[in-house]
Design a protein around this ligand. Structure first.
Ligand code: NAP
Length: 180
């Protein structure tokens, strides 16, 4: 089982600005339509677990539903699947270790974990195995943080970093206890 993060942050560690905006992510010239390895990453996961806030954001995007893999939305407040999203998302809630175990039993062994609070909650439970973090050279000064407080450090091993679009730095980390 592998739980992976694939996310972009500002230099000061925010994944959305104070208004929940992510326009700053797309404010760099991208003439070759580079996806920063997102399609390759999506190929190697079985399903997504995202927080309700991230789901709301993706739902607000114009265009087609961006995921070809099953999406599990964590929420206490939302129980009814919005019209048009039947068969695309499933709502889940509860203790993260149990959720991951249940998904594993259903054959979802490689999960993409998305959303700030959600990633922080997975890290609290020491359930993140891999992180691909793209750093955008902007200091937002506030917003939704990628990381939060932890009782003890979580150690990761740096696998590689690359410059993308001549502007962003993408770094790949794996938890230290995992073999290469
Ligand atoms: N920069 C990027 O690449 C990137 C990627 C993804 C998202 N984002 C941004 O991040 C923001 C969303 O992140 P966020 O930190 O606000 O929230 P989030 O993690 O997307 O969602 C948090 C919500 O998930 C639900 N939740 C979390 N753990 C749960 C559990 N164990 N059981 C049941 N429900 C659980 C709760 O929903 P309820 O309140 O319904 O209970 C909670 O309020 C958006 O602004 C989005 O734009 C940025």
């Amino acid at each position: 089982m592998t739980n992976s993060v694939f996310i972009a942050t500002s230099l000061d560690g925010y994944i959305a600005d104070r208004n929940n905006g992510i326009d700053w992510l797309h404010s760099y010239p991208n003439p070759d339509d580079c996806d920063g390895g997102f399609a390759d990453f999506m190929e190697r996961i079985d399903g997504l677990v995202m927080g309700r806030n991230t789901f709301e954001l993706v739902k607000s995007f114009e265009g087609e539903w961006p995921y070809s893999k099953p999406v599990f939305v964590l929420s206490h407040s939302m129980t009814k699947i919005p019209d048009g999203y039947e068969g695309k998302v499933e709502f889940i809630k509860g203790e993260l270790r149990e959720i991951v175990q249940q998904l594993d039993q259903r054959g979802f062994k490689r999960l993409y974990i998305d959303g700030g609070v959600t990633i922080q909650n997975f890290l609290k439970e020491d359930l993140i195995d891999e992180m691909v973090i793209t750093t955008v050279p902007i200091i937002l000064g506030g917003g939704i943080p990628l990381f939060g407080a932890l009782d003890t450090p979580r150690r990761f091993k740096h696998i590689q970093s690359q410059s993308i679009m001549g502007a962003l730095v993408q770094s790949h980390y794996r938890r230290e206890s995992l073999p290469d």
